[in-house]
Design a protein around this ligand. Structure first.
Ligand code: EPU
Length: 346
């Protein structure tokens, strides 16, 4: 770890507009960028910001800011990707929490190391990925996760978490529940596969590959197919503010699921591993309730993916939140399902 002589510079009243993909313009009371874990430790030891909450920020891509943030916003920028172990079949890769997630995916694709290619183009950083066990196209990070190192914010010691300790679930982890606010994730290590085992069964991946005439897809082919699908459905946050899926896909008990399937014969649904519950796509429910493409001022529901709420320009966080509440109410009334928010609202 590099030795740091002084704590990093803390700024006051900083606009968070460049730091959140929803494009919301609120201010942080204090703001600091951390390039090495030691810098944060130094800052805490100096004690000047002990009176105020610390809010850790990665890519700001799963966040809805509804008001000025009366906290020290700590922008995590710990970088670096390194191979830490290797055997005949696998390679263990460690990445700093501030590494852009897609850069890590691309690093793996370039080396033809399999396991995270289906997670191409997910916005955000490596450190945020385990918080909600990011997932897409049939793959979640828990599938390749090996361990992470996190700073315990009470003891200021670094602790190692294996997969079991992270308590991963669908868009869930220990860090969203019992561990909430207690750790700063510093780095994450993954076990990647040297032999390609493409997962192409989800959604349109196979169709995209067939259209291109690809029969034995490489890691790169799968990544490119995922990128093409995402680009066709999901708005680019650089063009239209958004935080990806705003809600989680709900799971319901089998009897209620059967009633819904009887009532709506076309309703897509998926089994939940290890349970008799059934998962329904919130995007389908929201579309059926008539919200797809809806717009009120600059807050809206994406026209190509109803699970994604968008900011067309000047919407504030409360307007997006109000829209989300109206959608929740309407889904509860129409389907009897209570949607849960996936995005963190601050
Ligand atoms: N659907 C509709 N209308 C819509 C959107 C979806 O009918 O407006 C239907 C689709 O036709 C399909 C089903 O819903 O039958 C599922 O749609 P899709 O494959 O687009 O995925 P999703 O369930 O809506 C989830 C993740 C996404 C991830 C995709 C692909 C959640 C909350 N979202 O969305 O993750 O990219 O699967 O794996 O699980 C994110 O978390 O931010 C995110 C974008």
């Amino acid at each position: 770890m590099p030795s740091v002589k002084s704590a990093p510079r803390v700024f006051e009243h900083v606009s968070l507009l460049p730091y959140n993909t929803f494009g919301i313009d609120v201010a942080a009371r204090y703001f600091v960028e951390i390039n090495h874990l030691q810098e944060y430790i130094q800052l805490v030891e100096e004690g000047n910001y002990a009176h105020i909450k610390h809010l850790f920020l990665g890519g700001g891509s799963n966040l809805l800011l509804t008001q000025d943030v009366n906290a020290l916003v700590v922008k995590i920028q710990m970088n670096g990707i390194e191979v830490i172990d290797e055997d005949a079949d696998h390679v263990w890769v460690k990445a700093g929490a501030g590494v852009v997630w897609h850069d890590l995916v691309w690093y793996a694709v370039d080396h033809q190391w399999a396991g995270i290619e289906n997670l191409s183009l997910i916005p955000g950083t490596v450190g945020a990925a385990p918080m909600q066990n990011i997932g897409a196209y049939g793959v979640e990070i828990k599938d390749t996760f090996d361990h992470l190192d996190a700073l315990n914010l009470v003891t200021m010691e670094v602790e190692r978490f294996d997969s079991a300790r992270c308590e991963f679930g669908y868009r869930e982890s220990y860090f969203k529940h019992a561990g909430k606010g207690k750790y700063l994730i510093a780095s994450v290590s993954f076990r990647l596969n040297k032999k390609a085992q493409p997962q192409t069964s989800y959604g349109a991946i196979q169709a995209v590959l067939s259209e291109k005439g690809v029969n034995l897809p490489s890691i790169r082919d799968v990544a490119e197919a995922v990128i093409a699908i995402r680009e066709s459905k999901l708005p680019n946050p650089k063009e239209i503010g958004n935080s990806g899926s705003f809600f989680k896909n709900p799971t319901v008990s089998e009897p209620i699921a059967n009633q819904l399937i009887d009532q709506y014969p076309g309703i897509p649904h998926y089994p939940v591993v290890g349970s008799t519950d059934v998962k329904f796509p919130a995007g389908w429910l929201i579309e059926q309730a008539g919200w797809k493409g809806y717009r009120s001022g600059d807050a809206g529901v994406h026209a190509k993916q109803a699970l994604v709420l968008v900011n067309y320009g000047k919407a504030n966080g409360s307007e997006i939140q109000d829209l989300s509440e109206r959608i929740k109410k309407s889904i509860l009334e129409k389907f009897g399902i209570a949607l849960e928010t996936e995005v963190n609202i601050v």
